[in-house]
Design a protein around this ligand. Structure first.
Ligand code: FMN
Length: 150
């Protein structure tokens, strides 16, 4: 049983490194986790896991003041799933304006996700401290999932 799914897009790898660290935190928090790079996966491959998971964590860089294309597609496709009440969270790397994570958070809320943390944004490539913050995000989400289950 998958407890949490991390789905992300990355062009130059920074959001991908964040995704790996977020997943490490989720695992450290005791969850069963699957990670999908949206540029290498098709929606049908993980659709069922998204529907069953208690938490969905979305990673997006900011490109031209918007979320990555693949993340926009994912958000549209999630309209056909019942995600109401699932725990949601957002993270992503950016260069200067970094508004994509807030747009994804807004859209996840309108899909019915219970977005439980502020988006985690890191400028360009995450350093050791940035990766630590990603692991902490994962751990915090795991705490919310475990808290709901008890
Ligand atoms: C074509 C392009 C457009 C970008 N547009 C923005 C932008 O509008 N705002 C911003 O904060 N960063 C922008 N960036 C910077 C990226 O968000 C930043 O390099 C980020 O670390 C990329 O994450 P990734 O390695 O996961 O792809 C842009 C980068 C590229 C290549």
């Amino acid at each position: 049983m998958v407890d949490a799914v991390v789905v992300y897009s990355t062009r130059s790898g920074s959001t991908g490194r964040m995704a790996k660290a977020v997943a490490e935190g989720l695992v450290e928090g005791g969850l069963d986790v699957k990670v999908y790079d949206l540029r290498r996966s098709i929606f049908e491959d993980f659709k069922e896991e998204l529907e069953k998971a208690k938490a969905v964590v979305v990673g997006t860089p900011t490109h031209d003041y918007m979320p990555a294309y693949e993340v926009n597609v994912l958000l549209s496709k999630m309209e056909e799933l019942n995600v109401k009440g699932k725990i949601g969270a957002v993270f992503g790397s950016y260069g200067w304006s970094g508004e994509a994570v807030y747009e994804v958070q807004r859209r996840m809320r309108s899909l019915g996700f219970n977005v439980v943390t502020d988006p985690l944004r890191i400028i360009e490539d995450p350093d050791g401290d940035g990766l630590r913050r990603c692991r902490e995000l994962g751990l915090a989400i795991a705490g919310k999932v475990k808290g709901e289950a008890s």
